[in-house]
Design a protein. Structure first.
Length: 122
């Protein structure tokens, strides 16, 4: 599980503000080095990486540019099976044929007050 807020900074959805970069670059770089080492050592048949922000998204949040720049190359290099994430409250299955990389993003349903809300976007 990757801390995408540590890696890319936080967002403010109330004013449609996207992550503007990490608060502490040293911590972000350490986390990226940790992930690189873990991915390189993995001998798993299926390599899954998870974080809060999506790399790609067709929802109103759009793609996370920091993750496109910093995480996506690692996912491709190590042939990750999928990247699982949240943030957008919908289901998206994104494929990148050019890179032979596929990612399943976001959640299927939102739970509020003990009820499932279907068809909710954002």
């Amino acid at each position: 599980m990757l801390d995408t807020i540590l890696l890319c900074g936080n967002s403010n959805d109330f004013v449609d503000e996207k992550p503007r970069g990490p608060l502490r670059a040293l911590d972000a770089n350490r986390q990226l080095a940790w992930l690189q080492e873990r991915l390189a050592r993995s001998k798993a048949d299926f390599l899954l990486v998870a974080g809060h922000y999506p790399v790609w998204s067709v929802s109103e949040h759009g793609p996370t540019h920091c993750l496109l720049r910093r995480l996506r190359p690692l996912l491709i290099k190590h042939n990750a099976t999928a990247y699982l994430c949240g943030h957008d409250h919908n289901l998206q299955k994104v494929f990148s044929a050019a890179d032979s990389w596929a990612g399943l993003t976001a959640t299927i349903r939102v739970m509020e007050d003990g009820r499932e809300e279907e068809g909710r976007r954002g």
